[in-house]
Design a protein around this ligand. Structure first.
Ligand SMILES: Cc1ncc(COP(=O)(O)O)c(C=O)c1O
Length: 355
């Protein structure tokens, strides 16, 4: 596994525990982006450049599909989890007759989409405790949407969501790339994820899985060249049958190439060992934090470890000065460590020694 570590320059000096925000960039991602820009600089951007963008999009879609356990045709390319959630929720065409059930632990990336539904379309938004959200579905509920893995404490959404009668959408920002995901078994109509977090890609990358039965039931509310089978047909153009109909409206070659290279670094290690190693290290950190007298927020076998701090913002800054990078969680007394397969026991020991 030290070979995996060697791909990430930031790890040479620092203890990097911030993938829940943005993962460490591998050298290969930087090189791939640079190569694309160098090509654009030298050759200009004509038809062959757009062909290259198309190839990269196809390859990135397949790489993301592997991480999601989904067929590539059910995966749209987005710029972030937030965009994916907005696409899926806006496309449901909800109105004042609808209720969306969500949890009380959601990230602004989802809350923004819900606020839009409420303010622009009068949709009723109801919040329930994350751990028992499946028990709160009522006759009025049209759709359930919540995190796959809570960004606050690393607990998993209840497994019972997979067998609800109402459609479920999951925010997978802390799921895909961090824990094993098989979207086809989660029983979701849509699952949105980030490319820049646990998949170590650049900012501006992400994905949206849409279950095949829902490609046409979720309206594509924004459309452009790349979303059509035959864009040359103007107003008569037909949307792709696949989830590419939901693709973000423009993804540049350098971003796609970097994201692809990053995902390949992790895939080459083998996803099962990436997941296993990250979860085991996170568990070990949680246990040792408790032994050292810190309170660890209730969590599952995931990659996030949130723990008590008397002054989270000040402690984060002090740790950063010592080369240990993690985040504090707003409006809580918690620091959050994001543990990846690229970390090692020495990272954990360095953090504990600094606390
Ligand atoms: C649970 C959750 N949802 C959404 C987001 C937003 O992700 P993105 O920046 O990819 O939109 C984050 C992370 O920042 C998150 O933790």
């Amino acid at each position: 596994m030290s070979e995996l570590r060697a791909n990430f320059p930031v790890l040479h000096e620092r203890v990097y525990l911030n993938a829940g925000t943005d993962g460490p960039l591998p050298q290969q991602a930087f090189d791939a982006a640079q190569e694309e820009l160098a090509r654009e600089l030298a050759e200009g951007r004509t038809a062959s450049h757009f062909e290259r963008r198309g190839e990269l999009a196809t390859q990135l879609r397949s790489a993301y599909a592997l991480a999601l356990g989904a067929p590539a045709q059910d995966v749209a390319l987005t710029t972030c989890t937030t965009e994916g959630l907005n696409i899926a929720l806006a496309g449901l065409g909800l109105s004042a007759n609808d209720e969306v059930l969500t949890s009380d632990e959601e990230h602004p990336g989802l809350l923004g989409a819900l606020q839009t539904l409420h303010e622009l379309h009068g949709v009723h938004i109801r919040m329930a405790p994350f751990e028992s959200i499946h028990e709160q579905v009522s006759n009025a509920t049209t759709v359930v949407v919540c995190s796959h893995v809570s960004w606050i404490n690393g607990s998993l959404a209840p497994a019972q969501l997979a067998s609800l009668d109402v459609p479920v959408i999951l925010d997978g920002a802390q799921g895909v790339g961090a824990v094993a995901v098989d979207v086809t078994k989660l029983g979701v109509i849509a699952y949105a994820g980030s490319g820049q977090k646990w998949l170590c890609g650049p900012d501006g990358t992400g994905m949206l899985y849409v279950a095949p039965d829902w490609h046409e039931q979720i309206a594509a509310t924004r459309r452009g060249y790349g979303n059509y089978e035959n864009p040359g047909d103007g107003m008569d153009a037909l949307l792709h049958k696949s989830a590419a109909r939901f693709d973000t409206l423009s993804m540049n070659a350098e971003t796609a190439a970097a994201a692809l290279a990053a995902t390949r670094v992790l895939a080459a290690e083998g996803w099962p060992s990436v997941f296993e190693r990250a979860a085991a290290l996170a568990e070990s950190l949680a246990t040792r934090l408790e032994q050292s007298g810190r309170e660890v927020a209730p969590r599952d076998q995931t990659t996030l470890v949130a723990f008590s701090s008397d002054d989270p913002a000040a402690e984060r800054e002090r740790l950063a000065a010592a080369g240990i990078l993690l985040r504090d969680l707003p409006n809580t007394s918690l620091l959050r460590a994001s543990v990846g397969a690229w970390n090692d026991e020495q990272d954990i020991a360095r953090l504990l020694a600094e606390l």
